[in-house]
Design a protein around this ligand. Structure first.
Ligand SMILES: Nc1ncnc2c1ncn2[C@@H]1O[C@H](COP(=O)(O)OP(=O)(O)OP(=O)(O)O)[C@@H](O)[C@H]1O
Ligand SMILES: [Mg+2]
Length: 222
């Protein structure tokens, strides 16, 4: 039986996959049973060439490909639109079942979101599903991956506020592309102050390890 953690970001390309891969790698290198799951992914032609394949490769986990992901769309647009164009809209029951399979097979499951925290997953005549519905359904706490540089105070605070207002427990923020300096150091302080969340780790360009204590990392998974 596992514990899960949802990795969201301040937007597409914030570095969710990059950071998730380092988290899964850290857990695996510590000898822990680590898994990965993403409900819906768009903009990839195969699992191997997707976020899921990247995380599997970097972390070295041996989780079967077909359990990493429930929905794969080729068109690089939000899942709700990709499903309109390609068919195969997301079914929450399938997401729950697929996640539970991973949940029963691994101890620590890192769950990656699509885009930022506001992401329509399905929007058709039958159903409306937002990404946050999946996070609440799976009862996952969240970490926010944000860029370390200019503009990050606004986007990190807005993401933290959104999570708080929508019933999702935020555990902290991870700053990506961190290179130090006066502004980025100030961003750390201001984000901590304005979100009341801790900065959990700083990830520099091309880092191959996540600089966080393993006990602290596993304490984020619920
Ligand atoms: N710290 C880093 N060092 C080097 N490259 C990075 C770093 N963080 C992110 N990248 C690169 O930036 C790009 C975007 O990052 P990533 O794919 O992790 O974003 P994402 O938030 O998962 O995006 P999506 O919304 O598409 O899932 C990728 O090519 C990734 O390899
Ligand atoms: Mg990604």
């Amino acid at each position: 039986m596992g514990r899960g953690l949802f990795v969201t970001g301040t937007g597409t390309d914030a570095g969710k996959t990059y950071v998730a891969a380092l988290m899964v790698k850290k857990l695996k290198d510590a000898g822990l049973s680590a898994g990965y799951y993403k409900a819906a992914l768009s903009g990839a032609e195969s699992i191997e060439k997707s976020d899921a394949g990247y995380v599997k490769k970097v972390s070295g986990i041996s989780q079967p490909d077909e359990t990493l992901l429930s929905y794969l769309y080729e068109t690089a647009v939000s899942p709700h639109l990709a499903a309109k164009l390609e068919g195969n809209p997301v079914d929450l029951n399938k997401v729950r079942q697929d996640y539970m399979q991973v949940f029963h097979a691994y101890d620590y499951i890192t769950v990656e979101g699509s885009g930022g925290i506001v992401c329509p997953i399905r929007c058709d005549d039958e159903q409306e599903i937002l990404l946050e519905d999946i996070v609440r359904m799976l009862e996952l706490p969240a970490v926010i991956v944000a860029d370390a540089g200019l503009g990050t105070i606004n986007s990190a605070v807005m993401t933290a506020e959104y999570l708080r207002n929508h019933g999702i427990q935020a555990e902290g923020v991870i700053l990506n592309h961190y290179s130090g300096g006066v502004m980025q150091e100030d961003n750390i302080r201001m984000i901590e102050k304005l979100t009341a969340l801790p900065i959990l780790a700083l990830v520099a360009e091309d880092d191959t390890e996540l600089d966080i204590n393993i006990e602290r990392l596993i304490s984020l998974y619920k």
